[in-house]
Design a protein around this ligand. Structure first.
Ligand code: G3P
Ligand code: MG
Length: 247
């Protein structure tokens, strides 16, 4: 796996979360059908330490099960319906493992922004387990996945354990010490929050040499404005709508 990275203009968020249940294989197929070459998705661990795609610490919102993901084994999680909450058409969609997801991405020829989204206290182990899966299934010839996180501990663990994988620093409000943090953690990209980022911050982070992404951009006018400001990549629930808006 190589550390070089060229951000795409458009990245499907949690697959294509406006059109299919987030963090599912159906969502990734939908993003591919919309022409997205990259997808972002969230990874955390099951009780038996298997990396799966899940955003929330609790399984409730996307499967109806009240337990934390970290307390449920993969076998139990696989029995849950992760599609019906979104629309009846997606009934029976399951929570995918990271491994299943990577296999699908390779089949589709897509690239990945793997957001490490650890359950509390699992910042380092989520990284270790994720890297183990990547080493098992992701070929050296495929584009290196972008490894992103809000967790500075996860980014540090990535830097220590798999330094060649490009790292993305996820930011909500740009902290004063952002430059020192990004430099210390050797990040390749900075991912700004669409509701908070300003034109001045885009200029400041771009001038420092980072690739810039913004999440989550679903409004066509905002997409065009951000491109004008110099953003490289729009992470969007609606890759179809946003691709059209900036074409
Ligand atoms: O990785 C970008 C974005 O997904 C970060 O926020 O909460 O949607 O995972 P969130
Ligand atoms: Mg995410």
């Amino acid at each position: 796996m190589s550390g070089t990275l060229s951000l795409p203009r458009i990245m499907g968020h949690r697959g294509a979360a406006a059109s299919a249940p987030e963090n599912t294989l159906a969502g990734i197929r939908k993003a591919a059908a919309f022409g997205a070459s990259w997808v972002e998705f969230d990874v955390k661990l099951t009780a038996d330490r298997i990396p799966v795609l899940m955003h929330d610490d609790s399984l409730r919102r996307t499967t109806g099960d009240d337990r934390p993901a970290a307390d449920v084994s993969l076998a139990e999680m696989k029995r849950l319906d992760a599609g019906s909450w979104f629309a009846a058409d997606f009934a029976g969609e399951t929570v995918p493992t990271l491994k299943e997801t990577l296999v699908l991405l390779l089949e589709l020829g897509m690239a990945a922004n793997i957001e490490i989204k650890p359950s509390p206290g699992e910042d380092a182990e989520t990284v270790t387990r994720t890297i183990a899966v990547l080493e098992q299934v992701w070929p050296a010839s495929a584009p290196a996945p972008l490894m992103s996180s809000f967790s500075l501990e996860s980014l540090k663990t990535l830097q220590e354990q798999s330094p060649n994988l490009p790292r993305g620093y996820l930011i909500e409000e740009l902290p004063e010490d952002w430059r020192a943090v990004a430099e210390r953690l050797g990040c390749a990209t900075i991912h700004h929050y669409a509701k908070a980022v300003t034109k001045a911050q885009v200029a400041e982070t771009k001038a420092a040499g980072y690739g810039l992404a913004v999440y989550t951009v679903n409004d066509p006018d905002q997409a065009r404005e951000l491109i004008d400001w110099g953003i490289d990549c729009l992470i969007t629930d609606a890759p179809d709508v946003i691709a059209e808006a900036i074409s």
